[in-house]
Design a protein around this ligand. Structure first.
Ligand code: DUC
Ligand code: ZN
Length: 489
C-alpha cells in the first residue's frame, strides 16, 4: 500500500496521549498510526524531526467581515485573510459569526449570506455561529433548518447597543436552543451598568483609551456571568461563557460546574498576556489593546486564568479574533479621534484585537499547560463542544480529517520577537508585538494538503481549498440533556 503522505519522527500529542509514532494520510483522512520507524511507503514523506505533531487547531471565536457592532469600526479581515492567517498559525478550522441585524426578523437568510461570503474564499475549513440580536418567533423557528444545515450554536450578548438582549429575550433564546439541541454562547458583561459607568467617566471628561477598562471593571463581568448561569439553569440549557477574563467570574463558573450544571467556559490569550497597563500606552497606542472584556490588572489575574485552564474550568481557549486596523480613521481604531476629542472617545473605539494566528504559538511557547491539555483546549474540546468531533480535533484512522499542525521540538527554535510583518492577517499591528516566541508551526496540513510550510514557501495552501463543515450536536453539552422537565417551572 502506498499512502499519500507519511509524517515520521514526530512526537504525536493528542488530548489523551503523548507518544512517538508515525502517521499515514490517505486522501483527506488519517489512515494509520504506527510505531515510530514502521516501514511505510508513501508518495511524500514529511520528517517532523522530533517536533510535536498535533490535531490542527480549531478556533471557535473569530469575527470576520462584520459590520460595526462593537463601537465604530468594521472588522479588517475577510474570510480570505482571516483563514489565511489561521492556517499560518496552525489553525485548520475556524468558527466565525453570522451577526443578525436587530432590524431583521429571521436567521436563515443571514446564514445563506454569510455562507456566500466565505464560499470559495477560505484557506482553512470553516463554520458559523448565528449571532442572535432579535430573537423573534420567526428567528427562533429557523433553528431546526439551521441545525439541518449544520449550524448548531448561537451566540447572545448581554451588552452592546447593537446586540444586547433583555433577560426575557435571553430566556427565549435559551429555551429555544434547549428545545432544538443548540448550544448557546453568552457574552457576559452587564451592558446597562457599563453604559452608566461610561456616562460617569464622560461627565468627568475622561475619554482616553485606558478608561475603556475603567468602564468595564470585573464586577460587571462577574454579575453577568452569574446571571447567565442562573438563567440557563431555569431551562437546563448548556451554555458556554465566552472570553472569560475575570477570576471572580471564573469562580462562579467553577462553582456551577461543581454543582453539575452544564456550564462551559472559554478564555483567550489576551487574558493571559495583556494587562490594563497596555491600554495606557503613550498617545493613542492603548487603543491597540482595547477589547472586551478588557485585559485585567496584572499577573495575579493571569495566574488565575492559567489555573482555570489547567484545572478544567475553561473548556476551550479561543482567540476572539476581532481585528480592526489601528491607523485607519474610517473603519479602524483611529475613527474615534476628532479635533474635539484628540485622545479619541473610548466608548466608540472598536472593541477587538487580532489573534487567530498567534493563539497557538503564544500559549504553547509559555510551557504552562501540559501538552495534552494544550491540545484539549485548543482543538479536541472545541470539536466536542461544537459538534465537529471526531472528524476534527482527533487523529482516528479512517474517521478524522488529516488536519495536523507540526511544531518544532521543545527548545528547537531560538527565541524570536513577534513582529506584525510576520503575520498573514490584513491588520497593521498585533497587540502582541515584541513578545518573545519559542514556537511556530513548521507545517500545517488540512485534509491531507500541506497549506503552511514555514521553511519552504510559508503559505502554500490555496484560497478556496477551505470548506464549510457541517456540525452536529454538541457532545459535551448533550450529556446535560434529558434532566430537564418542561413542567418544572
Ligand atoms: N469583544 C471584543 O473584544 N471584540 C468583539 C466582541 C467582543 O465581545
Ligand atoms: Zn464577545
Amino acid at each position: 500500500m502506498e499512502y499519500d503522505i507519511v509524517v515520521v519522527n514526530g512526537v504525536v500529542v493528542t488530548a489523551s496521549d503523548v507518544a512517538e509514532y508515525d502517521i499515514a494520510i490517505q486522501g483527506e483522512k488519517i489512515a494509520l498510526l504506527a510505531p515510530k520507524g514502521t516501514p511505510l511507503r508513501a508518495k511524500k514523506t514529511i520528517d517532523a524531526k522530533g517536533g510535536y505533531v498535533m490535531p490542527g487547531g480549531i478556533d471557535a471565536h473569530v469575527h470576520l467581515q462584520e459590520p460595526p457592532l462593537f463601537g465604530k469600526g468594521s472588522t479588517a479581515d475577510t474570510f480570505e485573510s482571516g483563514t489565511r492567517s489561521a492556517v499560518a498559525g496552525g489553525t485548520t478550522t475556524i468558527v466565525a459569526f453570522a451577526p443578525q441585524d436587530k432590524s431583521k426578523e429571521t436567521l436563515m437568510p443571514l446564514f445563506e449570506e454569510t455562507y456566500a461570503k466565505a464560499k470559495d474564499n477560505c484557506y482553512g475549513d470553516y463554520s458559523f455561529h448565528m449571532l442572535v440580536s432579535n430573537p423573534t418567533q420567526q428567528a427562533i423557528s429557523d433553528l431546526p433548518a439551521l441545525k439541518e444545515a449544520g449550524v448548531t450554536s448561537v451566540k447572545i450578548y448581554m451588552t452592546y447597543a447593537a446586540l444586547q438582549l433583555r433577560d426575557d429575550q435571553v430566556l427565549d433564546v435559551l429555551l429555544a436552543s434547549r428545545q432544538n439541541g443548540i448550544t448557546t454562547m453568552v457574552h457576559a458583561e452587564n451592558g446597562d451598568v457599563l453604559n452608566w459607568m461610561t456616562k460617569q467617566l464622560e461627565k468627568r471628561n475622561l475619554h482616553a483609551p485606558k478608561y475603556h477598562s475603567n468602564s468595564r471593571p470585573q464586577p460587571l463581568e462577574t454579575e453577568a456571568t452569574y446571571r447567565a448561569i442562573s438563567l440557563s439553569s431555569l431551562v437546563a440549557e448548556p451554555i458556554l461563557i465566552v472570553h472569560v477574563s475575570s477570576p471572580t467570574a471564573a469562580q462562579h463558573i467553577r462553582d456551577a460546574q461543581t454543582k453539575g450544571l452544564p456550564i462551559y467556559a472559554e478564555t483567550c490569550p489576551q487574558y493571559l498576556f495583556l494587562t490594563k497597563a497596555d491600554l495606557d500606552k503613550p498617545s493613542f497606542e492603548g487603543a491597540k489593546c482595547v477589547c472586551a472584556p478588557p485585559p485585567r490588572e496584572g499577573s495575579e489575574d493571569h495566574d488565575a486564568i492559567w489555573k482555570g485552564l489547567n484545572n478544567g474550568t475553561f473548556t476551550i481557549l479561543s482567540s476572539d479574533h476581532c481585528p480592526f486596523r489601528y491607523d485607519d480613521a474610517v473603519t479602524g481604531k483611529k475613527s474615534v479621534i476628532s479635533p474635539e476629542y484628540p485622545v479619541g472617545r473610548f466608548q466608540y473605539i472598536p472593541n477587538g484585537i487580532a489573534g487567530v494566528e498567534t493563539r497557538l504559538s503564544l500559549v504553547l511557547g509559555e510551557d504552562r499547560l501540559p501538552l495534552q491539555k494544550f491540545v484539549e483546549v485548543t482543538s479536541t474540546n472545541v470539536a466536542k463542544l461544537y459538534g465537529l468531533y471526531p472528524r476534527k480535533g482527533a487523529l482516528i484512522p479512517g474517521v478524522s480529517d488529516a488536519d495536523l499542525v507540526i511544531w518544532y521540538p521543545k527548545g528547537g527554535l531560538a527565541p524570536f520577537e513577534l513582529k506584525n510583518e510576520m503575520l498573514h492577517h490584513d491588520v497593521d499591528y498585533t497587540p502582541f508585538e515584541g513578545r518573545t516566541l519559542r514556537q511556530w508551526p513548521r507545517y500545517t496540513i488540512l485534509r491531507g494538503q500541506v497549506v503552511w510550510d514555514r521553511e519552504n514557501g510559508g503559505l502554500v495552501g490555496k484560497k478556496g481549498y477551505g470548506q464549510f463543515v457541517k456540525r452536529g450536536e454538541s457532545l459535551l453539552a448533550l450529556k446535560a440533556q434529558g434532566e430537564w422537565n418542561p413542567e418544572d417551572f
